[in-house]
Design a protein around this ligand. Sequence first.
Ligand SMILES: NC(=O)c1ccc[n+]([C@@H]2O[C@H](COP(=O)([O-])OP(=O)(O)OC[C@H]3O[C@@H](n4cnc5c(N)ncnc54)[C@H](O)[C@@H]3O)[C@@H](O)[C@H]2O)c1
Length: 372
Amino acid sequence: MFRGVFVARSKIKVGVIGVGNCFSGLYQGLEYYRHHNVDRAAGLMHPVLGGYKLSDIEFVSAFDVAENKVGSHLHKATFASPNAVNWVKNMPKSNVVVQESPILDGIGTFVHGLVKPVKNKSMDVLTRDIRRHIEETQTRILLCYLPVGSQKACEYWAKMALDTGCGMVNCLPVFIASNPLWAQRFKQAGLPIAGDDIKAQVGSTIVHRTLAKLVDDRGALIDGTYQLNVGGNTDFLNMKEHGRLSSKKISKTESVQSNLRKPLDADRIHIGPSDYVPFLGNKKLGFMRIEGRMWADIPFNVELRLEVDDKANSGGVSVDALRCVQIALDRGASGYLEGPSAYFMKHPPVQYADPVARQMVEDFIAGKNQPK
Ligand SMILES: NC(=O)c1ccc[n+]([C@@H]2O[C@H](COP(=O)([O-])OP(=O)(O)OC[C@H]3O[C@@H](n4cnc5c(N)ncnc54)[C@H](O)[C@@H]3O)[C@@H](O)[C@H]2O)c1
């Protein structure tokens, strides 16, 4: 068991896969906090985590497929279309140049008009160059922000993490940490992973599962519930392609179901991204309804509308997931990180109620529990 004093040994050297809107929110948010008193600033679960401050997180490599991002410096690529996060006007110059990534299944049908992918290199050359770049930049954690439905691309990057000795934070709903085969590979390689599908800070999933649990804990019966989400960014445009959505729906539905004493029948729960409304941009609207019965079978219902900036929503969680993976690397801990995955992700290897998961994170940070 880890019993040391928290002394941050190094910077957290991160490589990002997918320089899209979520990354831009994270990257520009980090810059925002550089100019604000972190202890007082809103939006953080841990100003310092395991000895690491936000300013210890450094992006040292970046990978994408978009013609207008590959070859561009990171401080410019963050604003490249169709990205729509513009919170910090003057980002400091970054020396990081976005590298070409294999396209595989990254670009969906609906997004094709907005993202023009480059394909300059053969797969062998690309893989060799990516490996070399990760080594040269001393990247230690790969942060995966690929589009929904990028099964092959996400697996490519999970293998790349294993081959280059990187830990991984998997923010998309492709099951890596929660797939026992992949989790075992990370364990055997001595590398940590937190995943899968990042659970937004105040997003539809955490609100819906908390509300459903409240109703359930109070002894009421849920007869049916839905969660419909609309937004206007490329993530929502991409999710119009229903064939790419199967794991997203599983991830979001299980996240609510797992919080109930008895899961609802499949036809009593409907959760999913529901439409793309272009003028909403990064504004996301979530509509939730729970129908149920309480004392003496008397019916009730709850309706809730959530309005959030979709891209502010993942950054505050990613910074904690990244720092947990870094302290696992520092301690030589490997495999899936049970508490951090449960608290920060919608589809972790093992689901726990959020207060339990939160305590598990605190225990993990304090060195009281290590990955299995
Ligand atoms: N907003 C949230 O809070 C939240 C929550 C859960 C999950 N997510 C997930 O995070 C992921 C990223 O979301 P986003 O809004 O940044 O999407 P986005 O569409 O803005 O960005 C995706 C980026 O990936 C790039 N890309 C596409 N194929 C690639 C490939 N093969 N290799 C490398 N790069 C590739 C695109 O060019 C683009 O820059 C999505 O899967 C989304 O569902 C976000």
